[in-house]
Structures are given as structure tokens and as C-alpha cells.
Design a protein around this ligand. Structure first.
Ligand code: GDP
Length: 614
């Protein structure tokens, strides 16, 4: 294969491979990206988490500079750069994987899996590995934070293998120990890894190269870039060959000052030209519109840098592009969906059909439960990311949608109110709520809660708080119905008043007694004697008393019948119990589960027999 030639690039040459960075939180994904891009986006992002998609082009001359000292790559003796550059996706983590797809497959050509050498494999690392395997995406492991090894001497402009060789014996030994640990953990995941310099060309595709790196000092970063290129060229060669068939995914839709409504897209392959007719997936179905102007960011800068857009008549994949349409239609497009280019008239209808199917497939693939919250997000990718998070948080969802929250969404969400009030909730991620929808939501009793946020975990925090608030409210409302089971005996010599209000010392034999509980005498055909109006423990008022406690209680006659008297209507030796009920048990089950012990439930069963509750 010939070397890439900018001036004479031809069909069949490599395009830029698309690179994603994955790994557990805090392993250094963002720092790695920063180092690769030599920018700093960590600050200024919502919650420090990069949530919007952009991409960075790393051009050939930059690659050449940064890999000039690389002595060896895994699948060849030296780096022979045949690609025009790298397209690095700005969003670290899983989201970029689900966001970046076309016809169901991931658009990422080679991934960098970042592992913190000090921590080894962590949960999200394992999840990332699963994802990479599923998508059959080759990857390179960046064994990051090597600078944290004791007495590490940094030398970022040198092949990292040599840098390691030059360390003191103790440092080398610790590196080896930490590496061996990761090696074993990877073996458990059924992955064969090797330090990249130990790999041979024959092992391409089967063995995974590891590059020791420090995103902070820069050690190994040149090697990492070289290894990514090596893997791209040797493992996915065919996939990264340029061809004119347009493969493009919409990443984000937004209005830019001075430019108007635009979409950010990743053009994976093929070329886009001003005037091309685009077919896009919209909130109300597929639609067609024309490209007015194509822009790209300046080399090696974030797509989001302001006012730095370069105008183009024509761009070739792979690249991140900003597209402005002829009208404002473009704002209807759904992010996470492909953009098709219709160069013949009959292609418009064909691509619309494709998109319709794709939208359907994407939504069908997301299984929902029969009860749960209503989830809405701006893009398919962010929707998937949100749902994944909800699953790990064990929050059920019953319905999903993409785009702004409309009246129709509220109507759907309201059906949950009959099921289970706590699910009368819309979790809206990074989408606006129409005024009509808000008004409709408030008209329900209880109102449908709409939580909006642009940070995923804020939504689950809000939902959790909603559950807590609702529990508190319901507990308060049901206080009089939810009677806790309790069994008690009157203590001898502790009868302070025999008749209304009865004041006696009791020992709680089982269960828990709470203020408000109606009290009965099982020995006297479950005769009711009133309700507990106060409990005192060691002279202080308390709300409840548990098994084993000795307390003084006041029982007021609330029965509506004549007051009952100790020694006349019942004896001081008669045991007392709380009067439980069917509704009460249901309320306990639903809202007071956390307050009930196993023993309490046992007593409940016993008292159900006493009161002949089915
Ligand atoms: P992310 O959550 O994976 O994106 O991780 P970050 O890039 O935000 O890094 C997490 C923390 O680790 C930050 O405090 C970084 O400064 C630090 N960090 C990242 N890479 C390195 C590294 O190579 N060496 C050292 N010593 N610290 C690092």
C-alpha cells in the first residue's frame, strides 16, 4: 500500500480511522484526550463530565511529529503511516459508543481502553470490554498513570519501552508486578494482552497490545498514537478504506450564533458537498433538505471552539463536520441517526424508508417494563446512556421518547398514575418541555412530575428525592391506617388509671407499638378499649416502643362505646394487642416496609388469625 498523499489521495486509500476512548471513571480518559488534542475541556463542562459530542482531527503532520521517536509497534517493525490522520471522538465513555452508530453498528474503528495501572481492572473496564467484544471493535489498552510508580523518571519524548528500561530496578519491578496483575485480570476476561513491543505481526487481531502511558507527563502517548494507527491499518484495514458511499451520523443539533441552525455530524466515509440533498431522521419522521454550507473546525481543535469554523465546498470522510441547511428544517433532525445523501431523485424515498425502519428498530431494541417512569432524551445515544444508568440504579421505565416533551408524552406518562403513583414521572434529559405539556402535567392529581437535567445522575438524584418525599407524604397520610402489630402485657403495680384515659405501664412482648394504635383485648373477644394517645419511656414522651421495652402508655377511649375499665371489663392479666386491619397491612407493605422487621411480619400473621383477617 502506498503512503497517503494529500494532493493525490485516491479512492481506495485509507480514510482517517475513528478513535474512541473508554474505561472506568477516573482512569484518565479525559486527560488522555486532552493530551491527544493538547487542549483542556475538563473544566467548563456540565458537572465536569463531557456530555456533548464533538470530534478532533489529528492531521498527518501532527501524527508524524508525535510518533517520530517510536521505535517499534506491535504488528510491524516500525510505524508506516498510511492514514491521512485520526479522528478522535471527544466524549469519553460508553455514550460515544451508542451514539456513534450507523445501521446498528458502531462507527468506532479502534478504541483506546484506559486502565489505571494502580487499580487494575474495574467494573466499567469490564463493561467496556464486553461492549468492545460485542461490537467487534479492536482496541489498544493504555495502562495509564505509570508516573505514579515509585521514583518514576519521566521522558515523554522517547520510546516508552526505553523509558521503562532506564528506570531504577525497584521501579521496573513495581511496574512488572502491576502489569502482571492486569495481565491476569485480563486473562479472566478471556483476553490475551501483551506489551506492544512483545507482539509480532502474526498476533495481530488476536492479541491486544498494551501501551504504558501517563496522560499527565506524556510518557508513552506517542507510542499510544502509533499503536492505534498500527491496529487500525493492520486489523481493520478494509473498513477504513475510503469509498464514495456517504456514511454519516448526526451527533448534535444546535443553533450557532452567526451560522443559524446547524448539525454536527461525523462523516465516516464518502464526501459531502454544498447543495447535496440530505435525508434525515426527524422527530416527526424522515425528511429531506439541502446542505447550504459545510464547515469544519480547524485542525486539532475541538468542534465546539467558537467562531473558528472553516468553510468548505466539499469534505471527505472521516471528519467531524458542521452542516447548515437551506432552511431551518435541519433543527428537526434526531441526533444519533444517520444522514443519507440522495444524489438521484428516487433515492429520497428509499432513504426515508431506511430511516423509518432504523428509528423503529432503535426504539424496539429498548425493552421497557409495564410500569416505571417515562424517559425522554434529546438523542438516541443519550437515551441509551440514560437507560443504562437507570438500569444500574434499578429505576424502572415504562416508556421512552426522543425530542421535546409534548402533551402526548404527558398523556402517556399519566397512565402510570393508576398503576403506581410513584411512576407518574417524566425524566427529561437535555430536552425542552413545552408549555402545554407543563400545564397538562400540573392538571393531574397528583401532578405528573417532570424532572429536567442535562447531567444524567442529577435526574436519578431527583427521582430518588421524589420517591423519598412521596414516601414521607404517604406515610403521613396513612399514619392512622398503617397500624403496626404489637403485643403487650400490663405490668403488675403499674396501673396508674383504670378508666378513660387508662394509664398503665406495659411491657412490649412482641412487635412495635406506635402512638395512635387502637388496642384490643383478645381474651375478651377482641374487645376494643381505645387508642394509644401517648407513650412515655423513662419519663420522656416517645413515638414508639419496640419489643422488650417497658413503657407507660395512655389509652383514650375512641371507640364510641362506653369507656372500659380494668378489673371490670377486662383483667390486668389480660394481654393487649394492637388492632390491625387489611388496609393497614397493605399500607405497611407499600410504604413502611423499611420500618418492619421479619419478627413484625410474623406477628402480623399471628394477629391476622386473631382478627380473622383474610
Ligand atoms: P476520567 O474520569 O477517566 O476522564 O479521568 P480524568 O482524566 O478526569 O482523570 C482522573 C484523575 O486522574 C484526575 O485527577 C487526573 O489528573 C488524574 N490522572 C489522569 N491521568 C493521569 C496520569 O497519567 N497520571 C497521574 N498521576 N494522574 C492522572
Amino acid at each position: 500500500r502506498r503512503k497517503y498523499n494529500k494532493e493525490q489521495a485516491i479512492e481506495g486509500d485509507f480514510r482517517c480511522p475513528i478513535v474512541c476512548v473508554l474505561g472506568h471513571v477516573d482512569t484518565g480518559k479525559t486527560k488522555c484526550l486532552d493530551n491527544l488534542r493538547r487542549t483542556n475541556v475538563q473544566d467548563g463542562e456540565a458537572g465536569g463530565i463531557t456530555q456533548h459530542i464533538g470530534a478532533t482531527n489529528m492531521p498527518l503532520d501532527c501524527i508524524e511529529k508525535r510518533t517520530s521517536f517510536v521505535k517499534k509497534v506491535a504488528f510491524g517493525d516500525k510505524l508506516d503511516i498510511q492514514i491521512p490522520g485520526l479522528l478522535i471522538i471527544d466524549t469519553p465513555g460508553h455514550e460515544s459508543f451508542s451514539n456513534l452508530r450507523s445501521r446498528g453498528s458502531s462507527l468506532c474503528d479502534v478504541a483506546i481502553l484506559v486502565v489505571d495501572i494502580m487499580h487494575g481492572l474495574e467494573n466499567q473496564t469490564r463493561e467496556s470490554i464486553k461492549l468492545l467484544k460485542k461490537k467487534r471493535c479492536p482496541f489498544v489498552v493504555a495502562l495509564n498513570k505509570i508516573d505514579r510508580i515509585y521514583e518514576w523518571k519521566s521522558s515523554p519524548h522517547q520510546d516508552v519501552r526505553k523509558t521503562i528500561d532506564n528506570q531504577k530496578e525497584g521501579t521496573k519491578n513495581q511496574f512488572k508486578k502491576l502489569y502482571d496483575n492486569v495481565y491476569t485480570q485480563m486473562a479472566v476476561e478471556e483476553l490475551n494482552i501483551k506489551l506492544f513491543w512483545e507482539l509480532t505481526t502474526e498476533e495481530a487481531g488476536e492479541w491486544i497490545p498494551i501501551v504504558p502511558t501517563s496522560a499527565i507527563t506524556g510518557d508513552g502517548m506517542g507510542n499510544l498514537i502509533a499503536q492505534v494507527i498500527d491496529s487500525a491499518q493492520n486489523i481493520v484495514g478494509k473498513k477504513i478504506t475510503y469509498n464514495p458511499g456517504v456514511k454519516c451520523t448526526v451527533m448534535e443539533v444546535k443553533a450557532i450564533e452567526g451560522l443559524g441552525k446547524s448539525i454536527d455530524a461525523i462523516l465516516v466515509n464518502g464526501c459531502l458537498q454544498n447543495g447535496d440533498q440530505m435525508v434525515l431522521a426527524g422527530q416527526q419522521g424522515p425528511f429531506a433538505t439541502h446542505i447550504r454550507q459545510i464547515y469544519t473546525p480547524p485542525a486539532n481543535k475541538d468542534l465546539r471552539v467558537k467562531n473558528a469554523w472553516v468553510k468548505h465546498d466539499r469534505v471527505k470522510g472521516a471528519t467531524g463536520v458542521k452542516v447548515v441547511g437551506r432552511g431551518d428544517d435541519i433543527e428537526k433532525s434526531l441526533a444519533g441517526m444517520p444522514m443519507y445523501i440522495a444524489r438521484k431523485d428516487d433515492e429520497v424515498e428509499y432513504f426515508k424508508g431506511e430511516l423509518e425502519e432504523e428509528i423503529g428498530d432503535a426504539l424496539d431494541a429498548i425493552r421497557t417494563s409495564s410500569e416505571g417512569v417515562y424517559v425522554q432524551a434529546s438523542t438516541l445515544g443519550s437515551l441509551e446512556a440514560l437507560l443504562e444508568f437507570l438500569r444500574t440504579e434499578k429505576v424502572k421505565y415504562s416508556n421512552i421518547n426522543i425530542g421535546p416533551v409534548n402533551k402526548r408524552d404527558i398523556m402517556k406518562a399519566s397512565t402510570m398514575l393508576e398503576h403506581d403513583e410513584k411512576y407518574g414521572v417524566v425524566l427529561a434529559f437535555d430536552v425542552p418541555v413545552t408549555r402545554d405539556a407543563q400545564e397538562l402535567a400540573e392538571s393531574f392529581k397528583p401532578p405528573i412530575k417532570i424532572f429536567t437535567a442535562n447531567i444524567i445522575y442529577h435526574l436519578t438524584d431527583m427521582f430518588e428525592k421524589h420517591l423519598k418525599d412521596q414516601k414521607k407524604r404517604r406515610q403521613e397520610e396513612l399514619k392512622e391506617i398503617a397500624i403496626f402489630p404489637a403485643k403487650m402485657s400490663i405490668m403488675p403495680d403499674c396501673i396508674f388509671a383504670k378508666r378513660d384515659p387508662i394509664v398503665v405501664g406495659v411491657k412490649i412482648d412482641d412487635g412495635q407499638l406506635r402512638v395512635g394504635a387502637p388496642i384490643c383485648v383478645p381474651n375478651k373477644e377482641n374487645m376494643c378499649i381505645g387508642a394509644v394517645s401517648s407513650i412515655e419511656s423513662s419519663g420522656k414522651p416517645v413515638d414508639s416502643a419496640k419489643k422488650g421495652e417497658e413503657v407507660c402508655i395512655k389509652i383514650e377511649n375512641t371507640t364510641g362505646d362506653a369507656a372500659k375499665m380494668i378489673g371490670r371489663h377486662f383483667e390486668k392479666t389480660d394481654g393487649l394487642v394492637t388492632r390491625i386491619s387489611r388496609d393497614g397491612i397493605d399500607a405497611l407493605k407499600e410504604w413502611f416496609r423499611d420500618d418492619m422487621t421479619k419478627q413484625d411480619w410474623k406477628l402480623c400473621i399471628e394477629l391476622k388469625k386473631t382478627f380473622k383477617i383474610l
